[in-house]
Design a protein around this ligand. Structure first.
Ligand code: ZN
Length: 250
């Protein structure tokens, strides 16, 4: 990943000169079919523009437009005081109706998306390392920020990522995997395995309907302590159960 620095020194946001201690990252998408980063750099590097992000992710890499610890104007809410915000540029060719992409060619745009998504993952990993952030906890998109009461009501990036089978959950998982030293983005299979394991851990905590009565009896009789009904039994636990049943008399 290449980070090119081109600070928007003429913008009111830069001129305001307020700094933050970054506590998180907010991912945005521009919501306009314009892949040329120079268009944004030009449009935003002047007074009178009421928006500014820390970076743009485009097909050629990353352009940093505010120092990372500057206070940005990207969230339309309190996240400006805590979050580094970057915009991912969308490819050309679609339009919008309401918040919905119209005429978006998923197949044609797949290579473009793969590239900017990967760059976004790398940028997040870099920022998490730099500011000691937790990728699974501290990265949100604009829409999640709104649900948390930290940002204005925008749909990005959930209006776009799912068209390519991605989401903020895959992004967070991919950033975490990259930071652990894996070179490769998490595959669909690996993600499914993670989700399945999580589900398994959850179901281990609740009793199946067919076992409820017996489980209660076993608890009352002191055979089991009542935790993790769905967890597998080890040999030593089995020995303990046999003992509690009085089946191990010498
Ligand atoms: Zn946004």
């Amino acid at each position: 990943m290449q980070i090119k620095e081109q600070i928007l020194t003429n913008s009111d946001c830069y001129q305001a000169g307020r700094t933050i201690k970054p506590k998180g990252i907010m991912v945005h998408a521009t919501g306009v079919a314009q892949p040329d980063v120079n268009v944004f750099l030009k449009a935003w590097n002047k007074p009178g523009v009421n928006a500014c992000v820390h970076a743009f992710v485009h097909r050629g890499g990353v352009v940093e437009t505010l120092p990372w610890n500057w206070r940005g104007w990207h969230a339309g809410g309190a996240a400006n005081n805590t979050h580094i915000g970057f915009e991912i540029l969308e490819p050309a060719g679609h339009t919008y109706k309401g918040g919905t992409m119209i005429g978006y060619d998923v197949v044609k745009n797949a290579p473009y998306f793969a590239q900017v998504y990967r760059t976004a993952v790398e940028l997040c990993a870099y920022l998490c390392q730099t500011y000691d952030l937790d990728p699974l906890r501290d990265i949100i998109d604009h829409a999640e920020g709104c649900r948390l009461g930290l940002a204005s009501n925008h749909a990005d990036v959930g209006h776009w990522f799912p068209k390519h089978g991605k989401s903020m959950d895959t992004l967070r998982a991919d950033v975490a995997a990259l930071m652990k030293g894996g070179d490769d983005e998490m595959t669909q299979e690996q993600l499914e395995a993670v989700l399945k394991a999580r589900e398994g851990a959850l179901s281990a905590r609740s009793v199946s309907d067919w076992a409820k009565e017996a489980w209660e009896k076993a608890k009352t009789a002191g055979i089991f302590d009542g935790t993790a009904p769905g967890a597998p039994l080890t040999r030593e636990q089995a020995a303990l159960v046999l003992e509690r049943l009085g089946l191990l008399q010498e």
